[in-house]
Write a protein that binds this ligand. Structure first.
Ligand code: GDP
Ligand code: MG
Length: 440
C-alpha cells in the first residue's frame, strides 16, 4: 500500500520550473503567431513582455514539454486579457435607453444595429426603436427600415432634410411617447476617419447621452481597426466593441489589439450577414484562433486535469484508510464547486449515493460552499490535518478570521465528522471485499 501511495505522491511532485531559456524559446514562436494573426506590433511587445515575466519560474505539469507549458500560460493570459471584464450590453438606466452605434462605413453598423435590436427584443423582451442617422445616403435609412421589418422591430419614420442630431432627438422623443425601452441609434460612417464624422458623432452623443457607445469594427481590417478604435475612443468615448466578420478567415488579431489599445470590452461578435448571426464574445475561441495552437493548449489542459485526477485518487485512498481530514474536505468542496454540484471525488468511492443525497439535502449551494472553504482557509495547516485540535477558542478565532459565526464552524466540523465516519465504514467494507489496500 505505501508503495502505491508513494508512487502517486511521487508523480505529483513538481517536474521543475520554467527557466528563462525555456520561456525565451517558446516566446519566439508565440511572437510569430501573434504577428501572423495581425496583432499590432506594440501590443505584441507589451504582451510578450508581460507573459515572459509571469511564465519564468512557473511549475511545469508532468507529461508536457516546457514549450507546451508556455503556450498554455500564454493562452490563459490571452483569454484573461480578451475577456476579463466582458459584459453584455448594459441597459440599466431609465428607459428609453439610448445605444449609439459608431464606426467606419461598411464595418457592419446597420446590420449589427438590427441584429442587436432583434436580440434585445427576443431574449430580453425589450421594446426597441431603431433610427438611422445616416443623412448622406438615403439608401441607408431604407436599409435599416427593411431590416426592421425583417426582425419585427420598429424604425423611426423617415423625414427628409433633418440633421443627424435632429433625428436623434426625434427618436428619443418618439421613444418616450411610445413607451420604448431602448433606442438604437445607427450613425453614418465614412470610408476613412475624418473630423466631420467625429464632430457629428460627438454631437449626437452630447444630445442623447447614450448608455452604451458601441464601436462596430471589421475584424478583417487588422491594423486599421486599431487606429479606428483609438480615434473613436479618444474623441467620443466607447463603452464596448462589436466585432464583425468573425466568419471570415481573419485570425482575430484585431480583437486583441483593440482590446489592448482601448481597454474596452468586446461585447458581441458578428458571424454572418443573416440577422441571427450574432454571438456572445468567446475569448477562448479568439485566443485559440490567434495562437493557432489549439492542440497544444488542449494537450496541456488534459495534463492538468490528470494531475487533478491523481490528487483525487490519492485523497480517495486516504478516505478508505479513514484519514479524511479537513484538507481533503476542502478539496472535495472545491471539486463540487468546479463541477457545479455533487460529483467528482465522491463518485470514486463505492456506495456513496446515500451520502450524496444527505449532502444535497443539507443544501450545499455555491454560497455555502464558499463559506465553508473560507472557514477551512482560516485554519492552520496543523488544524486542518488534525481537526481534534479545534477547541472552543480556536473555533472562535476561525469564525472571526473567516467572517462567519462559531455556529457555522461547528456545523462544518459536524459535517466533516459525519463524512469521515461514513467513509471509514464504507472504505473498510469495500476494501475488505476486494482484498484491496486495506487487506495488506
Ligand atoms: P455599415 O456601413 O457600417 O452600416 O455596414 P452594413 O451594416 O451596411 O454592412 C456592410 C456589409 O457587410 C453588408 O453587406 C452586411 O451584410 C455585411 N456584414 C455585416 N456584418 C457582417 C458579418 O458579421 N459577417 C459578414 N460576413 N458580413 C457582414
Ligand atoms: Mg449603415
Amino acid at each position: 500500500l505505501s508503495d502505491r501511495l508513494g508512487g502517486i505522491l511521487d508523480r505529483l511532485k513538481k517536474r521543475g520550473a520554467l527557466t528563462e531559456a525555456d520561456v525565451g524559446e517558446a516566446m519566439r514562436e508565440v511572437r510569430r503567431a501573434l504577428i501572423e494573426a495581425d496583432v499590432a506590433l506594440d501590443v505584441v511587445r507589451s504582451f510578450t513582455d508581460k507573459v515572459r515575466t509571469r511564465a519564468v519560474g512557473a511549475e511545469v505539469v508532468k507529461s508536457v514539454t516546457p514549450g507546451q507549458m508556455v503556450v498554455k500560460i500564454v493562452h490563459d493570459e490571452l483569454v484573461a486579457m480578451l475577456g476579463s471584464d466582458a459584459k453584455p450590453i448594459d441597459l440599466e438606466a431609465a428607459p428609453p435607453v439610448p445605444v449609439l452605434m459608431v464606426g467606419l462605413q461598411g464595418s457592419g453598423k446597420t446590420t449589427s444595429t438590427a441584429k442587436i435590436a432583434r436580440r434585445l427584443k427576443d431574449r430580453a423582451g425589450r421594446k426597441v426603436l431603431m433610427a438611422s442617422l445616416d443623412t448622406r445616403r438615403p439608401a441607408a435609412m431604407e436599409q435599416l427600415a427593411t431590416l426592421g421589418k425583417q426582425v419585427s422591430v420598429d424604425t423611426l419614420p423617415i423625414v427628409a432634410g433633418q440633421s443627424a442630431v435632429q433625428i436623434a432627438r426625434r427618436a428619443m422623443e418618439a421613444a418616450r411617447l411610445g413607451g420604448f425601452d431602448v433606442v438604437m441609434l445607427d450613425t453614418a460612417g465614412r470610408v476613412t476617419l475624418d473630423e466631420a464624422l467625429m464632430a457629428e458623432v460627438a454631437e449626437v452623443k452630447a444630445a442623447t447621452g447614450p448608455h452604451e457607445v458601441l464601436l462596430v469594427a471589421d475584424s478583417l481590417t487588422g491594423q486599421d481597426a486599431v487606429n479606428t478604435a483609438k480615434a473613436f475612443d479618444a474623441r467620443v468615448g466607447l463603452t464596448g466593441i462589436v466585432l464583425t466578420r468573425a466568419d471570415g478567415d481573419g485570425r482575430g488579431g484585431a480583437a486583441l489589439s483593440m482590446r489592448a489599445v482601448t481597454g474596452k470590452p468586446i461585447k458581441l461578435v458578428g458571424t454572418g450577414e443573416k440577422m441571427d448571426a450574432l454571438e456572445d464574445f468567446d475569448p477562448r475561441r479568439i485566443a485559440g484562433r490567434i495562437l493557432g495552437m489549439g492542440d497544444v493548449v488542449s494537450l496541456v489542459e488534459k495534463a492538468v486535469e490528470n494531475i487533478d485526477a491523481e490528487k483525487a485518487m490519492a485523497a480517495a485512498e486516504r478516505m478508505r484508510k479513514g484519514n479524511f481530514d479537513l484538507e481533503d474536505l476542502r478539496m472535495q468542496l472545491e471539486q463540487m464547486e468546479k463541477l457545479g454540484g455533487l460529483g467528482g471525488l465522491m463518485g470514486m468511492l463505492p456506495g456513496i449515493g446515500k451520502l450524496k443525497n444527505q449532502m444535497a439535502n443539507a443544501n450545499l449551494d455555491d454560497k455555502v460552499i464558499r463559506r465553508q472553504k473560507a472557514i477551512i482557509d482560516s485554519m492552520t495547516k496543523k488544524e486542518r490535518r488534525n481537526p481534534k485540535l479545534l477547541d472552543a477558542s480556536r473555533r472562535k478565532r476561525i469564525a472571526a478570521g473567516s467572517g462567519t459565526k462559531v455556529e457555522d464552524v461547528n456545523k462544518l466540523m459536524k459535517m466533516h465528522r459525519q463524512m469521515a465516519d461514513m467513509m471509514k465504514a464504507m472504505g473498510a467494507s469495500a476494501g475488505g471485499k476486494r482484498g484491496g489496500p486495506m487487506a495488506g
